[in-house]
Design a protein around this ligand. Structure first.
Ligand code: RB5
Length: 146
């Protein structure tokens, strides 16, 4: 498996449908997507799925994750409690690019009740296509963990 094309994804019920669409989009682009759930639109607790993806990214089992809930806020709060996780809630392409260039974000968070499908695909693509700039930003992201 090409580790760079491996992505773990999780959502709650509120963003289940967008998660499914993003999975289809990513598979079509040749990414291997591991889905930790939720499995449908029945009400669940976003923390369960947020912790699964965040733990895997935190421990280096997968390089990148995508998390979705209704607003993206709860998933962001969960994910950013994990060491080495830099989760970025992005509703626009500029933020998605900058979260990679300057923050080396390793989890992209989306709000399924906020963002439209097509913009979500473009945000995901911009996030995946953008490399970390390093340089002065490396000290800054190290300082987050210090
Ligand atoms: C679920 O109703 C909603 O609270 C959740 O998806 C998320 O937006 C929480 O931050």
């Amino acid at each position: 498996m090409d580790e760079n094309r491996s992505i773990m994804i999780g959502s709650d019920h509120a963003a289940f449908e967008l998660k499914e669409k993003i999975k289809t989009y990513l598979s079509g682009k040749g990414y291997q997507v591991e889905d930790v759930g939720a499995k449908g639109t029945a009400s669940v607790n976003y923390t369960e799925y947020g912790k699964k993806v965040s733990r895997s990214v935190s421990q280096g089992e997968v390089p990148r994750g995508i998390l979705l809930c209704g607003t993206g806020l709860g998933m962001s709060m969960v994910a950013n409690r994990f060491p080495n996780v830099r989760a970025a809630l992005c509703c626009d392409i500029f933020s998605a690019r900058m979260s990679r260039l300057h923050n080396d974000s390793n989890i992209l968070v989306l709000g399924g009740r906020v963002i439209g499908d097509v913009l979500a695909f473009e945000v995901v693509q911009a996030w995946l296509d953008t490399e970390f700039e390093g340089g002065r930003h490396l000290d800054r992201i190290k300082s987050i963990e210090a």
